[in-house]
Write a protein that binds this ligand. Structure first.
Ligand SMILES: [Zn+2]
Length: 70
């Protein structure tokens, strides 16, 4: 049996549309997966949320393994 030096494959990331809270003291943000008609308000501080982009792991459509990573 051979063990090749397999590099750990980094999680692929892509620029993803997100909403971020406009409140400086709040770090809340959410993916723009849900199609909001208007800008959503922050669920924590009710501040206005602004459109932004982040590098996030690519979401795949298959839910074969659910990882309990929390
Ligand atoms: Zn907030």
């Amino acid at each position: 049996m051979y063990f090749s030096k397999k590099a750990i494959v980094p999680i692929e990331e892509e620029e993803t549309d997100v909403w971020t809270c406009s409140n400086d003291g709040c770090t809340c943000w959410m993916r723009d997966n849900f199609s909001f008609d208007t800008s959503p308000s922050c669920p924590f501080c009710q501040s206005e949320m602004v459109k932004d982009t982040r590098m996030l792991p690519i979401l795949t459509n298959h839910n074969n393994h659910k990882k309990a990573s929390t």
